[in-house]
Design a protein around this ligand. Sequence first.
Ligand SMILES: [Zn+2]
Length: 444
Amino acid sequence: MKLFVFSFFISLNLMAQDMPYLDTDFGCTERADAERYVQDFNIDVQSFGGMELCNSQVDTKKLLNDLELLEKGRFDADGSNKFIKGFVPATNYYNWMKGETRGVERGQDVPYATAYNSGGYFTMQDGWAKLSTLGRVGTIVHEARHTGGYYHIQCQQGPYQGTSVSGCDRDYNYGGSHGVEMEYYARVSVHGKNFHPVYKKMARLMAIARSNIFFNTPILKTREAVLALSQDRGRAELFDNGQWINREVPSVAGRLKRTSFGAVVFDGVRAFAVELYQNSGFRDLVSDTYSYYKLLRENDSSVKDFEEFDSGVKRYVVRMMENKLTPYDFPNGKWGRDVALPFSFAKASTAALGKAQTGLYLVSTSGEIYNYQPQNQRITNTGLTWGLDHKEVIVYKGQNLVLMNNGQIFASTASGLEPWSEAKNLYSDLVTTPVYDGFEVIKE
Ligand SMILES: [Zn+2]
């Protein structure tokens, strides 16, 4: 079982032999190939909407695209990436999949699952159909591993910590469904030979986003970095290990927000992923289907802000409206009970000037700063106020950094706010982000 966890084509430096990553860019499947896939995987074509070779609105064609990506994807020999353990032979995904699959059907009878495996028979659910090509292929690889008897246990971290949901693997070396899925993503990113650069970017996002919650013994180490948006919003600058590195950013209006995998640009309704490890060379917008910003799909326009954050080992998601805050109830798969706010809400911040700890801070329209404690859902007035010339406040290495409305970054010191010595430019936005050691941060 796999639990829940668009684009504009601008640049044209795609290698001719690269496979597409958007369903709409796949050509029609050859009938002979489709019939072979149906036979190899015992696909219940009718349950997917009947045979369809061209139109990816029909789920059958989505599945055919997934199998084509699995059959035709090519990899260089495995290197030293920490996700790659040789669970599945890199040269043989298609035949391995075929050997682990007794049948595939389309259904929707387990509401909290993307897909599930019952005795080698896979049921692909609505969650699968909504995913990107990359997410769908990862789901199929994940399900195939369950046929070998690999199962999940209760989670000791993440959104399902403390619940009875069995969604996690003991550790990475168990080589369970999560491990095999991550290994595929890492191979695509690091050793993939004929995958679209945006498919590779999505693979890094998926690997980072899922591996930081689904292993009870963590596989990744994390460090803090600063991510700032240039004044013209044309690029992001990542300050990591004492160096500034340029990163491509989605060219949309919105606020830079921290997420569990890194950061997004959030316009109040939609969130687009910022990928920290490697530029793809493409400006395609990648919707955040990786962190729990994906819950926004069900949202309405009364949402004023949204945060995904960890407190201790547990992950939380909250949305804020003008006079209330609502936490997400993960085990029940729905928004929980509203918490009334004793003030008019303006915006959320992960930091407050004068507090060296990150948290969820709620700023009122009159500038008062409140703190929300997710464990007991209490809201307390910090007694602090938001500076009129402050745009963003973050915590980096135990120190507050403040982005001023004029684009300068100041640091909080014993003698007050002083220009931050590492800042090289003027900026329009600022967050701290986690950087994980699953992938190298490549300079250009
Ligand atoms: Zn599973």
